[in-house]
Design a protein around this ligand. Structure first.
Ligand SMILES: [Zn+2]
Length: 455
């Protein structure tokens, strides 16, 4: 399903902004077109959608456990004046996310993985820091700036309809969640630093926050459900050391109260005892609209040309173009085939993804093998299903590999990977279709490949 990679193309906000790398207490929100009130409004609207679509736990003991920890943190002056709220989501994957203005969602999987209450608090503090530093609308503003629609944000207040809907009309809707919830490493570093202050003020040992993240990072790959958090919160590196350094700048505390282990165990047994949540629709968050069936989004045989800074290709006229910031990597897909899981990476059920990776050498076969290894690692259920054969792209030697994975349509997916070694490194194209519809797509994919040019 190419989750990992697609996110790079689809989240429009991957700008590495020159955010002030502030020292303790000087952390300030970055550039923002939105007012604090708009953060609150936007978060409230998005939260209402999530509450309808996620399996929210209605257990008052578990709810009050999380809320008590959250309130303890929110008392810190560093938390600002946001109307924070907390919801527990019945989901065993390890994740948590915060919306602008304060609503936070914590998966049961996260509570189940914590060694102590301070670790649960650590995640909440980190998320709270994203809210206080207004990272969500900062990302959104940066994305809008790149699209040249920045000033329009000012018209939101007082106009009819919700902010989320208006953003959708402006074309920001697609991947809105991933834009707001996918943070840069700078944002992560700052969220850890402010999180450290919040933890310290609340009397939790801030090192537990960093320790928990490092523990999860070490476990990811070994068991499923761990990587979700890191797909939206990339590891800034050296977390424990950075937190320890920050602690030395803070008012010294005589001791930390890391919570009653009995209470955490009680919360865990409630979470453990919940019946598995009904499978959520992968498309639930895609602008609230229903996903379209493969038949509805099948590629048209009428192609139109597209040219970016690295690729030129013809693509089906009924599909849309989602290019990366630099105009290098690009995804072609129908909107109805983009599946947006909350706070996760968007998945494409039908489409084509073109990208490139820097490589150390010109070994097409070896570099292709490494790329496939990465894909298989980051997409559970993906495997090489057909043979590999040599073809040419623009007269250059290329490899075509047939892979299979799980389609968000709930069937097998065919992923045709084409790789070419160029000056830009290893260039790849992935053509994605649900297996049952593949024969309809194949002639179009072949035509696209025939028109593919790499600079
Ligand atoms: Zn984060």
């Amino acid at each position: 399903m190419f989750g990992k990679r697609l996110a790079i193309v689809l989240s429009l906000a991957m700008v590495t902004a020159g955010q002030a790398c502030a020292q303790s207490k000087k952390l300030k929100p970055g550039m923002n077109f939105y007012s604090v009130e708009q953060d609150v409004q936007l978060g409230r609207e998005a939260a209402a959608q999530y509450e309808k679509q996620l399996p929210i736990v209605r257990n008052s003991d578990l709810q009050s456990y999380v809320e008590r920890i959250g309130r303890r943190l929110a008392q810190s002056p560093a938390a600002g004046q946001f109307p924070y709220s907390w919801r527990v989501v019945n989901d065993r994957s390890i994740n948590a996310f915060a919306l602008p203005g304060g609503p936070m969602f914590i998966h049961t999987g996260l509570i189940l993985s914590a060694d102590n209450e301070a670790q649960v608090a650590g995640v909440l503090a980190h998320e709270m820091a994203h809210v206080a530093l207004r990272h969500g609308t900062n990302q959104l503003s940066k994305a809008q700036l790149m699209q040249g629609i920045g000033g329009a944000a000012g018209v939101f207040l007082g106009s009819q309809g919700g902010l989320v809907g208006q953003l959708g009309q402006m074309g920001v809707g697609l991947g809105l969640q991933s834009v707001m919830l996918k943070y840069s490493r700078d944002a992560e570093r700052n969220a850890d630093l402010l999180g450290t202050q919040l933890m310290n003020d609340a009397g939790y040992n801030p090192v537990e926050m960093a320790r928990f993240f490092e523990k999860l990072e070490a476990e990811s790959g070994k068991r499923s459900g761990v990587t979700e958090f890191f797909s939206s919160h990339p590891n800034p590196g050296n977390r424990v050391a950075a937190v320890e350094k920050e602690i030395r700048t803070l008012p010294r505390r005589s001791g930390y109260q890391n919570g009653d282990p009995g209470e955490l165990n009680r919360a865990k047994s409630i979470a453990q005892g919940l019946p598995p949540a009904p499978k959520r629709s992968a498309a639930a968050m895609q602008d609230g609209s229903a996903p379209q069936s493969p038949e509805q989004v099948r590629p048209s045989r009428n192609l139109r040309p597209w040219q970016g800074s690295l690729f030129a290709i013809h693509y089906p006229e009924n599909w849309e173009v989602f290019a990366s910031q630099e105009g290098e990597d690009v995804t072609f897909a129908p909107r109805g085939a983009i599946f947006q899981a909350p706070a996760g990476t968007p998945q494409i059920g039908y489409g084509a993804v073109l990208g490139h990776e820097q490589t150390r050498n010109d070994d097409l076969e070896g570099n292709t093998r490494a790329l496939i290894d990465n894909l298989v690692k980051s997409n559970s259920g993906m495997r090489v299903s057909g043979g590999q054969r040599q073809i040419t792209v623009q007269n250059a030697p290329a490899l075509l590999t047939t892979l299979q994975s799980r389609s968000p349509y709930g069937q097998t997916e065919i992923d045709i990977l084409v790789t070419v070694q160029t000056r830009a490194g290893l260039v790849y194209a992935v053509f994605i279709a649900p297996q049952n519809d593949y024969r309809n797509a194949e002639p179009v994919f072949q035509e696209m490949l025939r028109t593919l040019r790499v600079r």
